[in-house]
Design a protein around this ligand. Structure first.
Ligand code: ADP
Ligand code: MG
Length: 253
């Protein structure tokens, strides 16, 4: 895969983490995280299991709270008294390893639920939007089925379409392909590449290094709660500097 041409990114910063720390009880899980993501920028986060990747992602839409430092999303600082957390979350789509679709609702109903009840969009409009995004992830023919009738790859594409129905400005992906059978990984990565090409701001936790090489503006390596190394994909993969990065890459490549 070839990398996209070097791009001129906007100067607008949409996610900013400053000296951010988080503890789970006594356990210091994130240590001095500094990260600045510009509009349209695509970040890939990798690192060993337990290094804090999911926790960091979850702090960005406040599924977890941090205890020290700053997290600013779309100009709003996330604090314990943040009033408009729902507004912040609406702008931030999230896609997990497990798709979390409602099993008793059809695909179409899964996609229209939040737009109708959270965004108060009329049903017909919500359905039209849902069909638009189902077409985009190439499964409009599955709209009337239930999640259990779809393959894992199809379900994950539904989960991505569901996030897109909320028209997010930022998409966070947490290992969206790691629970999938190998033959289904490409179809989900294709959807993510398409989003990247359209200019979506993305933070993707993934070990799909072909994807990272193709779309990432920056790759970030985490270990034991810290950002150990970050670089453009070419230098990151071809000339890693830190010994821990080298060890990690030797294990996954
Ligand atoms: P990664 O996504 O990189 O595998 P996580 O962010 O899931 O890492 O976890 C980082 C560390 O925090 C791990 O040691 C994990 O066991 C611990 N951890 C994760 N969630 C919780 C929690 N809710 N309570 C306590 N410890 C947790
Ligand atoms: Mg994780």
């Amino acid at each position: 895969m070839t990398q996209f041409v070097q791009r001129d990114l906007s100067e607008e910063v949409v996610i900013q983490l400053n000296q951010m720390h988080k503890w789970y009880g006594d356990f210091h899980v994130l240590k001095d995280i500094n990260l600045s993501v510009k509009k349209g920028e695509r970040i890939v986060v990798c690192g060993p299991s337990g290094s804090g990747k999911s926790t960091m992602i979850r702090c960005i839409n406040r599924l977890e709270e941090h205890q020290q430092g700053q997290i600013i999303v779309n100009g709003t600082e996330l604090t314990s008294d943040v009033k408009n957390i729902e507004e912040v979350r609406r702008e931030v789509g999230m896609c997990f390893q497990h798709f979390n679709l409602f099993p008793h609702l059809t695909i179409l109903e899964n996609l229209t639920l939040a737009p109708m009840w959270v965004r108060k969009i009329p049903k017909a409009e919500a359905e039209a939007t849902a069909m638009h995004y189902l077409e985009r992830v190439k499964i409009p023919d599955q709209a009337k089925k239930y999640p259990g009738q779809l393959s894992g790859g199809q379900q994950q594409r539904v989960a991505i379409a569901r996030s897109l129905c909320m028209k997010p400005k930022i998409m966070l992906f947490d290992e969206p392909t790691s629970a999938l059978d190998p033959e289904m990984i490409a179809e989900v990565l294709d959807v993510m590449v398409g989003l990247a090409e359209e200019g979506m701001t993305m933070i993707c936790v993934t070990h799909e290094m072909g994807f990272a090489r193709k779309v990432a503006d920056r790759v970030i390596f985490m270990d034991a709660g810290q950002v150990i190394e970050e670089n453009n994909p070419q230098d990151f993969f071809d000339n890693p500097e830190n010994e821990r990065t080298k060890l990690f890459l030797s294990q996954i490549l």
